[in-house]
Every structure is written in structure tokens, then in C-alpha cells.
Design a protein. Structure first.
Length: 396
């Protein structure tokens, strides 16, 4: 497999991601809007029927959610590894503010969702749905402001979202796995051990890693652990350095960097929009005010909007007040509030967790409505606050 090689000075994946995040986010928004339109049009029957057509052993929707999204998780894993070892999260001083804010931004939404659903034990399984921030949507909205928002805030939001993704991966692994097939799980562990072995042995051939990654996906799919996590595990084994004594610039040719640059555009502009189109479609026919008051819908929407705002902003405020951290350079509290609101855009990962949490299509639809409402309100409110913050600092 021939992959393009990044040349020159190493660019942080974070920096490169920001360059096209606005356009990627817009494509995702368009895909979600199209799904809603189709699901509420005369084409709705064909849309839902197509998703349930079987292609080989799986339905089309399962191929998208289990196989295509494994590639998305592979890119997420590569970004996490890159930033933790050689980027914006490579030191504890850089991790503390976005890391603590990400933790607060997961705990508060979960608590709000649980409060709304305390009386219905079967609904509690969805507690993790509003805990995730959609990096494409959130950074897409923030990037639309260009240089009117400090670059330090974009870096903060991207770092927070990456840590948030790591938290979501751990949540899926720990809380949304059932019915384990132990022989398949043992096989997956053996393949993973082989991947780490060839990494330690200095093997740099990407084709070998990817071939073993396919085997890992098949075994994890069979084991009962969600197969998309194979993408993250594979990413952790991809070499990030060429050799111990190589110049820093030459590491831009490492397998991790090459694979990351190769995957970024297909994931941002093909895989995630396809996932959005396949899963955002929900029929609004018959939706009433009373149905919008469903505990699933309200818990998710309030968790994303109020929970993310309270969780992120309160933790940042506490750390700054105690002088454990400082606000991102040249940013003010109004802008930080706007960013905290944007963290409530939880589209992709929230939809994904919602599908894992509930099997009932009716409950899934109510969850989707809550995700769409919470994300839309968070995006609009965050944009408005950021505009106010921009006007405030632009006055003489």
C-alpha cells in the first residue's frame, strides 16, 4: 500500500485538523440535514429499507456503524497517540486544563441525564449519550470565526475534544460490552500482542499492521466487544518514530504520520458524513410537545446544553481561581463561555453511544431528537456568545 508522505517540518495533527475542520463540519451538517429531510419525505420508506438491506453477513447500517466507523476510531486513536506523545498533550502542564475540563464536561451531562431518568431504571443505560463532544461539528463552528477567535481557544477545544474522545472510547469498552465470546477474545488479545511485538521489533510496514488490524476487527466483532474499538487498539501499535536517533523532522515520514494524513480527508469528508446520513434520519411525523418532553429527549438535550456548559466552565473557573492553570492566551471569559457551549455539540459520538445503549427504535428516535436539539441549541448559543465576546474586545 502506497501512502503519501508528509515532508518538511512535522505539523501537529491538531494543527492540520484545524485547517479543514470548518469544511468537514459543514459537510457533516449537510449530511445530517439531508437525512432529516429524506426521513420526513416520500423517500422515507426507501431510506429506512435500504439501511436494513443485508450485504453479506451484515445489514448496510451495521457495515457503516461497525466497519466504516472502525476507520473513524482508528483516526481518533492515531490523534490521541500523536498528541499524547508528540503534540499539544505531550506534557502534564498542557493536559491539566483541557483534561480536567473534559472530565467535568462528561460528569455533569451524565448527572443531568440521570436526574431526568431517575424514575425509569431501563433508561439509565443512556447516561453516557450526552457526555461526548463532536470534534468535527464543534471545531467546524469555531473555525468559522477565523482569526476573530484566539488560536489558543481552538487548541484548547481540540485538546478537550481529543481527551473527550478517549473518555468515550473507555466508556464504550467498559459499559457497552456484553455476551463475551472468550475464544474470540483470546484470539483478539493474541493479535494485539503480535501487533505490539512487531512494533517493538521495529517493523515499519503499514500493510502488515493494517492486515493484522482487519483480523483484530473480525475477532473483536465475534468476541462481543464493539468492533470499532479495534481501530483504537490498532492505532496504539502504529509506530510514531522512524528510529531512536533520527532527526525530529524525519519522523514526519513515520507510519503513524503517513497513515494519519492518508485517513484524515476520507474520514472527515466521506466516512463521518455517511455515518451522519445513515443515523440522523428520524421521522418527526407525529412528534408533539408531549413527546419532546420524554425523559430520554430532555435528559440528552439538557445534558448536552446545560451539562457541558456547567461542567466545562465550572472546572476551568476553579482551576484558574486556584491558580493551577490559566485561561488560554488572549482569551476572555466570554469567549471561554462560548467554547464551553460549543462542547455541547455531541453529534457523531452521541449518536453512536445512543445506538449501543438502546435497541428499541422508538427510544433511539427520542434519543436522536434530544441529540439534535441539544447540539443545535449549543451551537447557536455558543456562536452568539462568541460573537458577543468578539464585539466586546473589538471596542476601543
Amino acid at each position: 500500500m502506497s501512502l503519501p508522505i508528509a515532508t518538511g517540518r512535522i505539523q501537529s495533527t491538531l494543527r492540520g485538523f484545524l485547517d479543514s475542520e470548518a469544511s468537514g463540519g459543514l459537510v457533516l451538517m449537510a449530511a445530517a440535514a439531508m437525512a432529516l429531510a429524506v426521513a420526513n419525505s416520500p423517500l422515507a420508506g426507501a431510506y429506512f429499507h435500504a439501511l436494513h438491506l443485508y450485504v453479506g453477513p451484515l445489514s448496510l447500517q451495521h457495515w457503516i456503524n461497525d466497519a466504516l466507523m472502525a476507520v473513524f476510531f482508528l483516526l481518533v486513536g492515531l490523534e490521541i497517540k500523536r498528541e499524547m506523545l508528540d503534540g499539544q498533550l505531550s506534557t502534564w502542564s498542557r493536559r491539566i486544563l483541557p483534561g480536567a475540563a473534559a472530565a467535568g464536561g462528561m460528569l455533569a451531562p451524565a448527572a443531568i441525564y440521570l436526574a431526568f431518568n431517575a424514575g425509569t431504571p431501563a433508561s439509565l443505560r443512556g447516561w453516557a449519550i450526552p457526555t461526548a463532544t463532536d470534534i468535527a461539528f464543534a471545531l467546524g463552528v469555531l473555525s468559522l470565526f477565523g482569526n476573530r477567535v484566539p488560536a489558543s481557544l481552538k487548541i484548547f477545544l481540540a485538546a478537550l475534544a481529543i481527551i473527550d474522545d478517549l473518555g468515550a472510547v473507555l466508556v464504550i469498552a467498559l459499559f457497552y460490552t456484553s455476551g463475551l465470546n472468550l475464544p474470540a477474545l483470546a484470539g483478539a488479545a493474541a493479535v494485539l500482542a503480535l501487533l505490539f511485538f512487531i512494533n517493538r521489533a521495529g517493523v515499519k510496514t503499514l500493510t502488515l499492521y493494517l492486515a493484522l488490524g482487519v483480523a483484530l476487527w473480525v475477532l473483536m466483532f465475534t468476541s462481543g466487544i464493539h468492533a470499532t474499538l479495534a481501530g483504537v487498539l490498532l492505532a496504539l501499535t502504529i509506530p510514531i518514530k522512524l528510529s531512536p536517533g533520527a532527526p525530529e523532522a524525519s519522523d514526519a515520514e513515520s507510519p503513524l504520520h503517513r497513515l494519519e494524513h492518508f485517513l484524515h480527508r476520507p474520514v472527515a469528508f466521506v466516512i463521518v458524513p455517511i455515518f451522519g446520513f445513515a443515523n440522523a434520519g428520524v421521522s418527526l411525523l407525529g412528534t408533539s410537545i408531549s413527546s419532546l418532553a420524554d425523559s430520554h429527549t430532555l435528559g440528552v438535550a439538557a445534558g448536552l446544553f446545560a451539562g457541558k456548559l456547567l461542567g466545562v466552565l465550572s472546572v476551568v473557573g476553579l482551576l484558574v481561581k486556584l491558580r493551577f492553570a490559566q485561561l488560554p492566551a488572549t482569551a476572555n471569559w466570554t469567549q471561554m463561555t462560548g467554547v464551553a457551549l460549543l462542547c455541547g455539540i455531541g453529534f457523531t459520538m452521541s449518536l453512536f453511544i445512543g445506538l449501543l445503549a438502546f435497541d428499541d427504535p422508538a427510544v433511539q428516535d427520542r434519543v436522536k431528537i434530544g441529540i439534535l436539539l441539544g447540539s443545535a441549541i449549543s451551537g447557536v448559543a455558543g456562536s452568539a456568545v462568541l460573537m458577543a465576546g468578539r464585539r466586546k474586545i473589538s471596542r476601543p
